[in-house]
Design a protein around this ligand. Sequence first.
Ligand code: HEC
Ligand code: HEC
Length: 180
Amino acid sequence: MADTSNAQKIAAEIRVKNCQGCHGLLGDSTTPEIPRLNGQTASYLFTRLHSLRYPIREAPRAIHNMGEIVPQLQSQVIAALANYYADQAPTKPLAMTGTSEGARLYKFGAGKDVPACAGCHGVDGEGRGNAPRLAGQRADYLELQLRVFGLSARIADPMNRHVWLMTPEQMRAVATYLGG
Ligand code: HEC
Ligand code: HEC
């Protein structure tokens, strides 16, 4: 019990000192390529923060930005940070309506090689199980992640094999559809 509240205190200090300058006060980043953390699922934030300790799994850019801070954080502090951001209201997506190419890809996939994203990430992009929330995430960040998955510069099963056959236009279309 004492450990948990101490971890929460440390997490609150770190958030103000080390996170909010880039990710925003509530995790609601206003910078195109810096992801939003507000309303992201706690389990995904927890997993990704641990993943950012491993340069072999993460793109050089992610390691450059996050790699110096994250290895210094204890798991309990990571859990407290994840819970804090998960509790903040998510940003509303701008355009998750209509029948654009992005909407079709998200809901139905493209042929046998690109599965429907909704099957794992949820009908409204809200995130489910291990699959993170995508709705309301920064579109530039989403597109960048699809590109680095496609290049296997970020390794995260099952995303790599899902995006290997996506075209750059499809990546942009689905990122634009989901973005907030
Ligand atoms: C120098 C700016 C910077 C600072 C400081 C920073 N971040 Fe980040 N963070 C980034 C960028 C840029 C990315 C995206 C990396 C990528 O392209 O994969 C990122 C990614 C993340 C992700 C992954 C999000 C996702 O959707 O997968 C989490 C979680 C995260 N940061 C949490 C934190 C926390 C917690 C702190 C404070 C301990 C912090 N960041 C400090 C810039 C920063
Ligand atoms: C079989 C399930 C599954 C399907 C289908 C799927 N995803 Fe994912 N996706 C995941 C999981 C699990 C992760 C988390 C990987 C990790 O741990 O870093 C993820 C991560 C992502 C991320 C990284 C988010 C972030 O915050 O960094 C993006 C972007 C993404 N998926 C987009 C898509 C798109 C677009 C599609 C459809 C073309 C899709 N996914 C289809 C399971 C899936």
